[in-house]
Design a binder for this molecule. Structure first.
Ligand SMILES: *Cc1c(COP(=O)(O)O)cnc(C)c1O
Length: 392
């Protein structure tokens, strides 16, 4: 017997909770791909995707996940033998760097470990030392989903400008777009990648690369027909948007998801994520006062508003996740990229999430700590309730 029957809650950092309206929009017969509504709908997505990224640049849509967008961004900019500087604050930027290495780039990595933000002074030193301008691109992750750190991308651009380094600034916003504020043009980002299944609340399967003229001009020797972003942003015929059949149902889903974001207002979306994150942190800070629990990122200004990573000792992370899922229908995220992985867990609070869902998740975790006899501070739910009451 278990209390998990009922509507399940997938509280992992992507895929996120899919709004019913998005699922309903996708539940339809295949549309005409030659003309009509699907074409109009696709054209309408382009300006909205630029608004969400806060850019006047271009956006290419790919049928693929975030890894596809990583490869697309590199394929259009990097030549074999180019050097890229990877600023690692968790598993994801390391993964992007490994992909660059696989495509023939020389990868230099500044690794800040699993619980810290990018140290801009070290970046400045490294770029200032690159007198010959070997470094073609700087790769950074806005929110690293494995550690839940949020990096200062605008500050990174300031450092590059200060040193006068010509490298491209490339940012992974797969976890942060539509959750944590990101301003591509104002922050001086040349290339940004994201996917549809996190803040954009659409089932996994399409991803995006936004780029400016400087990035397009940097075009390297690795660009291939399928990954080339140029026909996708200036298609002469509709099929060039996707270099083949359109991802028909995903486009309907994404249209609806973006309509939800527009109806709420992007600033309100950011505000909601911030407040929900603060409620989550209020609970974790109380739990952490007794026993093994620890928020991975100590400084709240460096924490993501989309995901929270927590250390809790091995094997408590796995035990708690399993208890929450099997007893209560709440799925938490694994300790991805951490050692040992079962000493960590993550909770996603990205996308289509509201206060009662967060309160339910926190109440479930609190019960799991008690059921599993994991020591914890007693005041977490009161703290979360107070945090909600004072912010609603
Ligand atoms: C989810 C994620 C990825 C990988 O995206 P996939 O769709 O799983 O390929 C890359 N970077 C970050 C920061 C992510 O959160």
């Amino acid at each position: 017997m278990s209390l998990s029957q009922g509507r399940a809650y997938l509280a992992i950092p992507g895929p996120s909770v899919m709004p019913d309206a998005v699922l309903q929009a996708m539940h339809r017969a295949s549309p005409n791909i030659y003309e009509g509504e699907l074409h109009d709908l696709t054209h309408s997505l382009v300006p909205d995707l630029k608004d969400i990224a806060m850019t006047d640049g271009s956006v290419a849509i790919y049928i693929g996940n975030g890894h596809a967008a990583w490869e697309a961004a590199l394929a259009n900019t990097i030549s074999v033998g180019d050097t890229v500087l990877v600023l690692a604050t968790g598993r994801f930027c390391i993964g992007w760097g490994e992909m660059a290495a696989g495509m023939g780039a020389k990868v230099e990595t500044l690794d800040y470990g699993d619980a810290a933000t990018i140290d801009l002074a070290r970046v400045e030193e490294t770029l200032a030392g690159d007198k010959e301008g070997r470094i073609k691109a700087v790769l950074a992750v806005h929110v690293d989903t494995s550690t839940s750190v949020k990096n200062d991308i605008a500050g990174l651009r300031d450092v590059m400008n200060k040193v006068g380094h010509p490298a491209l600034l490339m940012a992974d916003c797969i976890a942060s777009l539509g959750c944590d504020r990101f301003e591509m043009d104002a922050w001086g980002v040349d290339v940004m990648v994201s996917g549809c299944q996190k803040g954009l609340m659409t089932p996994a399967g399409i991803s995006f690369v936004w780029f400016n003229e400087k990035a397009d001009a940097a075009r390297g020797d690795r660009v291939t027909t399928y990954w080339d972003w140029r026909p996708r942003v200036k298609p002469e015929v509709y099929f060039q948007y996707f270099d083949g059949t359109a991802p028909t149902h995903h486009l309907y889903g994404l249209r609806t998801a973006i309509d939800l974001i527009k109806a709420e207002g992007l600033d309100n979306v950011f505000d909601r994520h911030q407040k929900l994150a603060q409620i989550v942190w209020a609970a974790f800070e109380e739990w952490s006062k007794v026993g093994p629990m620890q928020l991975n990122i100590a400084d709240p200004t460096h924490r993501s508003h989309a995901v929270t990573s927590v250390g809790i000792g091995s094997p408590n992370g796995d035990a708690l996740r399993k208890w929450c899922e099997h007893q209560c229908g709440l799925t938490l995220g694994i300790g991805l990229g951490r050692t040992p992985a079962d000493a960590f867990f993550r909770i996603g609070h990205m996308g289509h999430v509201n206060a009662h869902m967060i309160m339910g998740a926190l109440g479930t975790i609190d019960a799991g700590l008690k059921a599993l006899d994991i020591a914890h501070g007693p005041g977490a739910l009161v703290a979360a309730s107070n945090a909600l009451a004072s912010r609603a």
